[in-house]
Ligand binder design. Structure first.
Ligand code: NAP
Length: 487
């Protein structure tokens, strides 16, 4: 079987041990080891792009731009549909690849592939429904006509925690809008991005419309692309710290920015909640991807009347989870992405305990190969401890007690982040009232999962700018053009 075969075993890391993908060509290269976090061993090596490579990718995206922009929306839609179909056809292989390079458990990886593919289906449907506007000027002097054009070349930067979905959530709307793109996936998980690029080419995405590059110098390489006047959009998903730096860099050439940044989601449980439903939701909100999610419940605020039963139920469920290598059958909790991630979690838990928390289950890194931290529940956590203010990004559930609605809202809002929140109460008007009071872009009510390609995903405060998904997601990749018209 050759690399150009349409029936590649996409699960084989060796087949994606190359790069870069520029102008429809696969260039040879190496320099970035891809490590399996379940074992600490190397899976493959991918290319390390230089600034010149990145500018070549801009050149390729520019060469393809006019043709893609002129391609009828119906045709762009059909290509995205084919890409969705190919991802679905190869879902098991892609899930396995994600489980190998990211370490997440196979059920999570399968869920991610299905979620990721849906962005192509959703934007295949949205490509043919780009809105315009026609109004009468209030003065009566003229008519207002608003059109939307593709914004131009887009640089897309994605993190390692959802290697497929964070890429499709950007590529889908960008291609639907008529833009060409350069994707820079995270160095820890590039194989999935390269595998998907191959499927995209098979689906009929023309050369240069999607380019993929990996690099050990993300700062200089991104800055060089942002300095090129042909690049008009930066869509970034990652940490708030890196996002702040990129906003400053993009300001130099006034590049349009969409930012999906860090979170510190509160999970509020009121006395009148259905306890079993709240525990089910807590397990999803905390343990999807072993806690390595921007929407992961990071702080559990539980009202005094239900507190003890909730802690006991959560600890029982967390302790029962099966830990193992991501790609092994039966694994429910895989490893963390790196040893550094394990060390950070360990520091947060150790500090919380020093500040008065009690470990109910878990509480220390697991010895042996791979980067494992066990499901952990902490109670009596101080709201001033570091763990209340930083993203844990791991399987640790700190539980705090509260008494009144006002106190719950105040505690939930004591953070610079504002991405997601969860509220459990059987009184819907109370749940909505609390949801209105919490300063986040998204609120899940009596649910542990909110992500949906058909809904606007994004954060308030320092969790981001703009929204991905939903009906407005495509407009992030378009420039409105207003015509003042006299008939
Ligand atoms: P990160 O360190 O900010 O990295 C994200 C991406 O940015 C990677 O591709 C990284 O490349 C690149 N990067 C790093 N420094 C850069 C620079 N100076 N210029 C340009 N690119 C740069 O974040 P992460 O650790 O991968 O991901 C975890 C974070 O992402 C968490 O904070 C999480 O909450 C957030 N996240 C947010 C959402 C959301 O939708 N709001 C979704 C998922 C994750 P390298 O890998 O090569 O360093």
């Amino acid at each position: 079987m050759t690399l150009d075969s349409p029936h590649l075993p996409y699960a084989d890391p060796a087949l994606h041990a190359h790069g870069l993908f520029i102008g429809g060509h696969w260039l040879s290269g190496a320099g970035i080891p891809v490590i399996n976090p379940s074992t600490g061993t190397m899976l493959a090596e991918v290319a390390d792009a230089t600034i010149d490579d990145a500018l070549r990718a801009v050149e390729a995206a520019d060469a393809a731009a006019a043709g893609w922009r002129a391609t009828p929306a119906r045709q762009r839609s059909q290509i995205l549909h084919r890409w969705f179909n190919l991802m679905t056809e190869h879902a098991e292989d892609l899930a396995r690849l994600i489980a190998l390079e990211n370490g997440k458990a196979l059920p999570d990886a399968r869920g991610e592939v299905a979620y990721a593919a849906e962005f192509f289906r959703w934007y295949a449907e949205e490509a043919v429904r780009v809105p315009g506007e026609f109004r009468h000027a209030p003065s009566g002097a003229h008519h207002i006509l608003v059109d939307h054009d593709p914004i131009g070349i887009c640089v897309l930067i994605t993190p390692w925690n959802f290697p497929a979905a964070m890429a499709t959530r950007k590529i889908g709307p960008a291609l639907a809008a008529g833009c060409t793109v350069i994707l820079k996936p995270a160095s820890e998980t590039p194989l999935t991005a390269y595998a998907m690029a191959r499927l995209g080419a098979e689906a009929g995405v023309p050369p240069g419309v999607v380019n993929v590059l990996t690099t050990t110098q993300p700062g200089p390489v991104t800055n060089a692309m942002l300095a090129d006047p042909r690049v008009r959009k930066l869509s970034f998903t990652g940490s708030t710290g890196v996002g702040r730096g990129l906003l400053a860099e993009a300001a130099k050439t006034v590049v349009s920015c969409s930012m999906e940044l860090g979170g510190n989601a509160p999970f509020l449980v009121f006395d009148d909640a259905d306890l079993e439903a709240a525990l089910d939701g807590a397990m999803i909100a905390k343990m999807r991807n072993a806690g390595e999610a921007c929407t992961a419940a990071n702080r559990f605020y539980v009202q005094s009347g239900i507190h003890d039963a909730f802690v006991a139920g959560l600890a029982q469920r967390m302790a029962a989870l099966k830990i193992g290598a991501g790609a092994d059958a039966g694994t429910q909790v895989g490893p963390m992405i790196t040893t550094r991630a394990v060390q950070k979690i360990d520091q947060l838990v150790t500090q919380a305990v020093a500040d008065g928390a009690r470990v109910v289950t878990g509480g220390a890194p697991l010895p042996g190969t791979g980067y494992f931290y066990p499901p952990t529940v902490l109670e009596n956590v101080s709201p001033d401890s570091r763990i209340a203010h930083e993203e844990i990004f791991g399987p640790v559930a700190p539980v705090y007690r509260f008494d009144t609605e006002e106190e719950a809202i105040r505690l939930a809002n004591t953070t610079e982040y504002g991405l997601a929140a969860y509220v459990y109460s059987q009184d819907l008007s109370r749940a909505l009232r609390i949801g209105k009071g919490i300063e986040t872009g998204m609120v899940a009510i009596n649910r542990g999962l909110m992500s949906d390609p058909a809904a606007p995903f994004g954060g308030a405060k320092q969790s981001g700018l703009g929204r991905e998904g939903g009906v407005t997601g495509i407009l992030e990749f378009m420039e409105p053009k207003y015509f003042a018209v006299n008939f």
